[in-house]
Design a protein around this ligand. Structure first.
Ligand SMILES: Nc1ncnc2c1ncn2[C@@H]1O[C@H](COP(=O)(O)OP(=O)(O)O)[C@@H](O)[C@H]1O
Ligand SMILES: [Mg+2]
Length: 377
């Protein structure tokens, strides 16, 4: 891809490692004018040692000290920079052609409630700027938290741009480690919230009992049957019934949370996997019924779209079409990374990136801080 081809394009890179911590998604995005068009996306797996550290820190087992935390920040910064450079190499695009990188980082803690709410993403942006020579925007969530918001979800603004239609109220479901819903096109404007756990628990249970990091295609879940009693118990967790704004993460929905509910029950491994899959489906179904009853179509994106059994279960549980965003030419694996590319542009142009009706912030805010590479003299 020559730079000339995109002489009228405005190129940005978006970087994110989501709560699944499966890999770093990198998106090369043309954000000229009103466009947000993916030109190339790649996912670079997190090195197993890095992933293991991210999971240990994210689940808050208390064993981490500040030195480890600092080293992980730097290692992730290096990994993000390498991922950005890898994409530029593959795409044949020079770093000078990129206006900015938007790097979400890796969330390791998200506690948007309480006396001292905070959200914490690692992946030193100074390192990304230094290694790539590209201005890097990072720390996207904290301005919203400072303004009384949850700092999440941040995807709805891009979902609205990409998928809203005037004639049909629809919703967008991002099946990441945590699932988040965006509600579009009804009378209430853009809304959105995390509906609950998705891949984070599916991956964790599968890894624990099969040694495989992913229940590919949902095969293990398909071998079992949801345990009704366990499912109902899990669904009684107060998170599911809480009104938006709400957002959550691995520090809440982790294996210990599941273990607490499994205690005293004897349920086969595949049946627990099936129950977790049903939990994702039912939490989405309930959230739509309660908060978006006029929905007529559900777009699905995020890695969970590749879980065939999960998609079939969603389709069976909802009275309207459930479609991958791939059906309209939007790669479901890179919408999050595209969002942070676009948010980098928004930061540079002083355009607000949060949606207060989603996050609960006191108002719109320009999100992120700019880390500029130092020019050499
Ligand atoms: N073929 C597949 N079958 C089942 N699950 C899959 C498949 N491909 C990806 N996934 C799931 O998607 C997850 C990654 O999704 P992603 O959107 O990157 O989440 P996050 O944003 O939390 O990183 C994986 O951890 C896995 O659970
Ligand atoms: Mg991911």
């Amino acid at each position: 891809m020559s730079n000339d081809t995109h002489s009228r394009a405005e190129l940005y890179l978006g970087l994110i490692s989501g709560t699944s911590a499966d890999g770093i998604d990198v998106a090369l995005v043309d954000c000229a004018e009103e466009r947000v068009r993916l030109l190339k996306g790649i996912t670079i797996s997190l090195a197993p040692t890095l992933r293991q550290q991210v999971l240990a820190l994210s689940q808050g087992d208390g064993s981490y000290d500040i030195d480890q935390y600092g080293r992980l920040d730097v290692q992730l910064g290096e990994a993000f920079a390498a991922a950005a450079l890898a994409l530029l190499g593959i795409a044949g695009v020079a770093p000078e052609a990129i206006r900015a990188i938007g790097s979400h980082g890796q969330t390791v803690r998200h506690r948007p409630l309480g006396t001292h709410p905070f959200t914490l993403q690692l992946g030193d942006a100074s390192i990304i700027a230094e290694r790539t020579g590209i201005p890097t925007v990072a720390d996207f969530r904290r301005a919203d938290v400072a303004a009384g918001g949850q700092g999440a979800p941040l995807l709805p603004i891009l979902h609205a741009r990409l998928l809203a239609t005037r004639d049909e109220p629809c919703a967008v479901l991002n099946l990441g480690g945590i699932a988040n819903l965006t509600v579009l096109g009804d009378a209430n404007g853009i809304r959105g919230f995390d509906s609950g756990p998705a891949n984070a628990l599916l991956d964790a249970w599968c890894q624990l009992h099969t040694g495989q990091p992913v229940d590919s295609g949902g095969v293990l879940a398909a071998q079992g049957r949801p345990d009704r009693d366990l499912l109902n118990t899990l669904l009684r967790d107060p998170y599911f019934g809480a009104p938006p704004p709400k957002s959550t993460g691995r520090e809440y929905f982790h294996l210990r949370w599941l273990d607490d509910h499994l205690r005293g029950r004897d349920i086969a491994v595949a049946d627990v996997q099936a129950t977790l899959l049903a939990l994702t489906v039912q939490s989405v179904v309930q959230a739509l019924a309660e908060h978006a009853p006029s929905t007529r179509l559900l777009w699905v994106c995020g890695g969970g779209v590749h879980n065939r059994h999960l998609m079939e279960a969603l389709k069976a549980a909802l009275p309207f079409p459930v479609r991958s965003t791939a059906d309209v030419g939007i790669d479901p694996d890179f919408i999050e990374a595209m969002a942070f590319a676009w948010l980098a542009k928004a930061r540079l142009q002083g355009i607000p990136g949060n949606v207060p009706s989603v996050t609960g912030a006191r108002g719109t805010r320009v999100l992120g801080a700019v880390y500029s590479p130092t020019p050499s003299f």
